[in-house]
Design a protein around this ligand. Sequence first.
Ligand SMILES: [Mg+2]
Length: 390
Amino acid sequence: MSPRCPRSGSRTSEATGVTASSMPSTSSESPVVDGVCAAAYAIPTDRPEGDGTLAWDSTTMVCVSVSAGGVSGFGWSYAPAAAARLVEEMASELVGQPAFAIAALDERLRVTLRNAGVSGVVSCALSAVDVALWDLKAKILGVCLADLLGPARHEVPVYGSGGFTTYDAATLEQQVRGWLSAGVPAVKIKIAEDAGDREARDLRRVRQVRELIGAEVELFVDANGGYTRKQAVRVGRALGEYDVRWFEEPVSSQDKDGLREIRGLLDLDIAAGEYANDLPEIRRLCGVVDCLQLDATRCGGFSGWLRGAAVANAFGLEVSGHCAPHLHLAVAAAVPNFRHLEWFHDHVRIEQRFLDGAQEPRLGVLRIDAAGPGHGLCPKTTDLAPYRTA
Ligand SMILES: [Mg+2]
């Protein structure tokens, strides 16, 4: 993937704080990591995109390749380009270590990065490495990753997501009709435009979508933390007129007391979790949401997603995959307490254009038996090349 692959030069165990004996010994089944590469690509959106609290015109995809025994695993995150640089700095901690020892490798990297903190962009970098290691392991074993994890289902339901506040009515209608033609059972749009300053337009757009989708398709909204607590309750009650079932981040997901309060006052599902990096944050959110969102590109890759789903299960909650739909497919199939996966326009467009193996939902589901060895996705590096920034 990158012409600048660090391939050797492991630090001493004293420098990392991880002792040699803490790593599992290499077995005949586990080749050692012999290469780690990373690159970042800034891909323009097809039109300006925005939600309640942020607007953007490009999305950065950080791609990671980890190789062992002549096989490469591929992982990625939607994150700042700095994540690619971090992965290259981490390469020396991975090279020479047993590729199958994913949990031990993750611990080794976290110790190395301790002083930088392991949330935010660091967690995105760790997530991309974890995804690449799982893909690598499944490919070496010659199995579909979903089979390696042990599927709970073979069909993964998706819901249409986008509906950006930057869209005019005609663009919104075109997008919603596209989702309906894919048979999705639910659609989600962004609200809380201008940090909640355009409530009347928010509700007009919700009404437009309800009229488009009819009574049978579920309608979700995402405020991206754009409302105040009392405003969220007021808007939430107005959303009832349009039978909205899912109110995502009515207030900032940092405001746990606010989420709890709003959840107690409204009868639609309160959802959050897309920024959670670690299990303590996931545990805090479990006490204040009706469905936990988890993003494997941020929360520690497949390993972090599966652990987060187990925590949610202990609270009696279902989980929903946040964005990056193709990346989530294998873990979405693997957990018993799974609700749905977000078919997010921005990432769908990138994944269908730049990844071999990308799918189109049929009757509202993606099928895991369509995936090849590993997670079944490979980057089209030639097509990506013009967008490379790091
Ligand atoms: Mg959201």
